[in-house]
Design a protein around this ligand. Structure first.
Ligand code: F6R
Length: 364
């Protein structure tokens, strides 16, 4: 049931504060601000190497999580899309942990990669939204997202819930490995618990995004730029736009622009820059200036401080609440989802059932 919403995708975007809170509630203990994971019969502290495999939007959640596993747990992470992973003879050492991320739990390539890892002695952890799915059944450690059924073909709420679970897992692994003190763990949990309110604050800017969607809708190509853990958000923004509005879009690491894609820039190419203020802000802004100097039409997504510093001269700005960097990928998912959504609405495409796509990809 869509209720008061025009599309399932819109409804699911709006459900995010609630479902992320639900998901966090099952992994975080408020009483002492600690992470509480389900029982597992293997030792997380002994994990020397983590392999992450997924497809599409779930893969981008994994890319964000790579930053967290490296930063908090100091564990080496190998990440790949499932269709490549399966065919490249990955090196899987005894005692490794392999982590699969999937909304449906049925994606054929991801499932095949899971079985491959199992056959090669890896412990299998899965983050899935469908607890009765094949991946859930075949896991050693099942970490469900509690997003509820996702009907819109373009994944939205499953993504932010995956991020919530992955952040909890990374923090937990770090504690087990002795890389985080109790105080640091409590601080991380505290920031994660701020996510639902921040997601609500992000949704408050929906009208602004709807009002500027017509600036992007006529474009033939759109670029998305981000750095660090916001780089996967650029990829996700581009994927969402491609999927539902059929506009060609590319996500790029902001610093990689000058190595090629900047040649594409002219005044017909909107460039969406995802840049929360923080340690990487100045770097991203200097890449943005390179784009602007070539006539690029920048849409800047940042917080009040970032917009004040760099918003001038952009064709549009989208304001996000000020958030801790840890939860920025969850919060900045909202404007990239909403931008794709409103552009698709302007173009009149079938938002919930985009052409050529299926909700669950059970063929290889
Ligand atoms: C994008 C999208 C797809 C899925 C991908 C993986 O909006 O929905 O890219 O993310 O097909 O699906 P799951 O997560 O079910 O394995």
């Amino acid at each position: 049931e869509k209720g008061n919403y025009r599309h399932f995708m819109q409804k699911e975007i709006y459900e995010q504060p609630t479902v992320v809170a639900q998901t966090l509630a099952s992994y975080l203990r408020r009483s002492d601000n600690s992470v509480a994971l389900p029982q597992m019969d293997f030792d997380l502290s002994a994990v020397r190497r983590l392999t992450i495999v997924a497809c599409g939007t779930s893969f981008y959640a994994g890319m964000v999580a790579k930053y967290w596993f490296e930063q908090f747990a100091r564990v080496p992470v190998d990440i790949d899309v499932a269709s490549e992973f399966r065919y490249r003879e990955p090196v899987l050492e005894e005692g490794g942990l392999a982590l699969f991320i999937s909304q449906s739990g049925e994606t054929a390539d991801t499932l095949a990669a899971l079985r491959h890892c199992k056959a090669h002695g890896q412990t299998i952890a899965v983050v899935v939204n469908v607890p009765t799915s094949s991946m859930a059944r075949e896991a050693d450690l099942l970490l469900p997202t509690h997003a509820g059924p996702e009907i819109g073909v373009a994944s939205t709420k499953a993504f932010t819930c995956q991020l919530a679970v992955l952040a909890a897992l990374a923090a937990h692994m770090a504690v087990k490995k002795g890389r985080l003190t109790r105080e640091q763990e409590a601080e991380i949990v505290h920031h994660l618990l701020e996510a639902p309110a921040a997601l609500n604050a992000a949704l408050d800017h929906d009208d602004d995004i709807a009002a500027m969607a017509h600036l992007v809708a006529p474009a033939r190509d759109v670029l998305y730029l981000g750095r660090g853990q916001d780089y996967p958000l650029a990829l996700e923004g581009a994927l969402k736009l491609k999927e539902i509005s059929y506009i060609h879009a590319e996500g790029y690491a902001a610093g990689e622009m000058k190595h090629g894609p900047i040649a594409l820039i002219d005044d017909a190419v909107p460039v969406v820059v995802i840049a929360p203020s923080g340690p990487l802000f100045e770097k991203t802004v200097s890449n943005m200036e390179e784009v602007r100097a070539r006539g690029g039409q920048v849409v800047l997504i940042s917080d009040a401080k970032g917009l004040e510093e760099a918003g001038e001269g952009c064709i549009a700005t989208i304001e996000m609440p000020v958030v801790h960097p840890l939860i920025a990928p969850l919060v900045y998912a909202i404007p990239v989802q909403l931008l794709a959504y409103h552009v698709a609405v302007v173009k009149g495409t079938d938002v919930d059932q985009p052409r050529n796509l299926a909700k669950s990809v059970t063929v290889e």
